[in-house]
Ligand binder design. Sequence first.
Ligand SMILES: [Mn+2]
Length: 276
Amino acid sequence: MQVPYDSGQRSVRMGAGPLHLVQKGLLDRLTEAGHTIRLVEVESRLEFATEISVAFELAATLAAAVRQANEDFRFPLVLAGNCISAVGTVAGCEGQPAVVWFDAHSDLNTPETSLSGYLDGMALSALIGRCWSMITRKRVGLKAVPERLVALVGTRDLDQVEREYLTNSPIVVLPSSSTDSALEDTLKRLEIAGAIYIHVDLDVLDPSVGRANLFAAPCGLQVEQVVSMIDRMGARIPIAAAALTAYDPSVDSTGSMLDAAFRIGRAIVDAASRHR
Ligand SMILES: [Mn+2]
């Protein structure tokens, strides 16, 4: 599924990422790997676009597309500009999946704590029902995800408010340096949900891999680490849906992030097909 928007605007900045991934052959790679692919394009129909109205309209359309994929026994891989797309993807999943959130940032701001006003900085807060609860529930059909079913992976660029929030929250944080046994313990905790949603904001990767977007931060994960974690998750828990987000091709001057996205996309679809 392709959601080529960033902050309500189509095909600019990270909104160009989903289009670029497809143009450069992500779907061909997945087909070569033996998967049958169908591209579903998610578009906004609003006449007057605001960041918030477009974000949740896209989420509602995406939720319906994810539900349809489930009915057709197809695995939903979402290519989205923004992390707020997660609200729609999870709303479309059957039951209540746990959430594994690969991201340099925790996206745990709210309208009350955000200094930038940037909606993606509130994406995980929206998913757990801390903010935007009316529109996510009534317009998108989201059931807020309990915090004990959420794990942040590779997260290192947090503001003070987010740090304090995490101190008192059951959300698990696995920093880039975390051990295999920490991942095992986390999966043990998440598997009671019966399924997981894997969210990969590509800025989780270390800048030595390449540049995903304008918000990249040092001390991130290597591609091999992300791939091996996804592989272990898929071996243990069925993957209900996944997303690759926040890729801005205009800052990826070498194309190395494109290659990383291909490898992670392939790892996700391979891992998801284990239980299908
Ligand atoms: Mn993010």
